[in-house]
Design a protein around this ligand. Structure first.
Ligand code: CP
Length: 324
C-alpha cells in the first residue's frame, strides 16, 4: 500500500510487519543517540488542520530519528487561513516533491480525498470522526507488549463512539489480530447503524457498562475514549455527572476489574478528561498504560514511515538504511 488512510488498508500480515518493525524502532529509545540514516533524503510534511499534541510531535520525532526532513504546518499560519482550498494546498505541497504528507483534518474523508490529488504517500493522522489508523497500531503494539498474543483477548472500548475515529480504527485492527471487542456507549453517543455494522463485523455492543464489566467474560483491557465536547455543538447528553456515573472508569469500577483480573490494562488515547470519562485514580493506576501508548506512538510511526517510504532501502533493514 502507498497510503495509510484506513486501518482496513492493512492486512493482518501488514499489521504484523509494522508491529515487528516498531519493536526494533522502540529499542532506539533506550539508546543515547537515537538517530539512524534510514530515511535520509526523504521529506515528510506534517499538516495538521486540527490540534494535536501526541500525534504531531511523535510523527515529527519519528521522521527526525530516521533522518527524514520533517516540516510541520498547521491551518493557522498556513494560507488555509486566507481561504486556500484543501486541493490547492495539497497540490502546492506536493509540487515541492515531498515524499509523505501526514494529515490531520476535521473532515472525515479528507485524507482519502487528498490521496487522489498527490503523488506523495498520504498518512491519515486522524480525519474527523472517520479513522486514526496509527493510533490503532500503537494501541495494538501496547496491548501486544503486555498481553502477548491478542487472539481471544477481550478488549472493551467505552465512550463517545459517535465522534470517535480511534474506536473505528481500533475495532478493525483488533479484530484482525483476533481480539474479541465489546464497545460501550450511552445510547445518545452510539453511532447510528452500528447494530448492522456489529452483526457484519462481529463485535458486541452495549449501553450498559456495568453489565459488560461483570459479565462472565473477563476483561483483559479497557480503553476509555475522550468525550469530544468540541464536536457536540448543541451541548452534550448525558450530562457530565450522568456520564461519569454511567460510563466513567471510576476508582470503584477499576478496583472491581482488578479483583476479577489483576492483569487488566487501562488505555486512553489522550488527551484525557480527568474526572469525566476516567478518574485520576484510574489514569494513574499501575494498570494504566497511557504513557506506554505515547511511547509506542513514536516507534509505530517510525515503522509506518519506514514501510511506506524506505523503498529499495528496505532490503537493508529499518535500523540501517542508506548512509548516502
Ligand atoms: N491520541 C491523539 O491523537 O492525541 P493528539 O490529539 O494529542 O494527537
Amino acid at each position: 500500500t502507498r497510503h495509510l488512510i484506513s486501518s482496513a488498508d492493512l492486512s493482518r500480515q501488514d499489521i504484523e510487519d509494522i508491529l515487528a518493525t516498531a519493536a526494533s524502532m522502540h529499542d532506539l529509545q533506550r539508546r543515547e543517540v537515537k538517530k539512524v540514516p534510514t530515511l535520509r533524503g526523504r521529506t515528510v510534511i506534517n499538516f495538521f488542520f486540527e490540534d494535536s499534541t501526541r500525534t504531531r510531535s511523535s510523527f515529527e520525532i519519528a521522521g527526525k530519528w530516521m533522518s527524514a526532513d520533517t516540516i510541520n504546518l498547521s491551518a493557522k499560519g498556513s494560507s488555509t487561513s486566507k481561504g486556500e482550498s484543501l486541493r490547492d494546498t495539497a497540490m502546492t505541497i506536493d509540487a515541492m516533491a515531498v515524499d509523505a504528507l501526514v494529515i490531520r483534518h476535521n473532515a472525515s474523508g479528507a485524507c482519502h480525498q487528498v490521496a487522489q490529488w498527490v503523488r506523495a504517500s498520504v498518512i491519515n493522522a486522524g480525519d474527523g470522526t472517520h479513522e486514526h489508523p496509527t493510533q490503532a497500531l500503537l494501541d495494538a503494539y501496547t496491548l501486544r507488549t503486555r498481553l502477548d498474543d491478542l487472539e481471544g483477548k477481550h478488549v472493551v472500548i467505552v465512550g463517545d463512539l459517535t465522534h470517535s475515529r480511534v474506536f473505528r480504527s481500533n475495532v478493525i485492527t483488533l479484530k484482525k489480530l483476533g481480539a474479541r471487542v465489546t464497545v460501550v456507549a450511552p445510547p445518545t453517543l452510539m453511532p447510528s447503524g452500528i447494530g448492522t455494522w456489529s452483526e457484519t463485523d462481529g463485535f458486541a455492543t452495549s449501553w450498559d457498562l456495568d453489565a459488560v464489566l461483570t459479565a462472565d467474560e473477563p476483561v483483559d483491557a479497557i480503553m476509555m475514549l475522550r468525550v469530544q465536547k468540541e464536536r457536540m455543538s448543541g451541548g452534550y447528553f448525558p450530562t457530565a455527572r450522568e456520564y461519569t456515573v454511567g460510563y466513567g472508569l471510576t476508582r470503584e469500577r477499576l478496583e472491581a476489574l482488578v479483583r476479577r483480573n489483576p492483569g487488566v490494562l487501562v488505555l486512553h488515547p489522550g488527551p484525557m478528561n480527568r474526572g469525566l470519562e476516567i478518574a485520576a485514580d484510574a489514569a494513574d493506576a499501575p494498570q494504566s498504560v497511557v504513557l506506554d501508548q505515547v511511547s509506542a506512538g513514536v516507534a509505530v510511526r517510525m515503522a509506518v514511515l519506514y514501510h511506506l517510504l524506505a523503498g529499495d532501502d528496505a532490503a537493508s533493514g529499518p535500523l540501517t538504511g542508506s548512509a548516502a
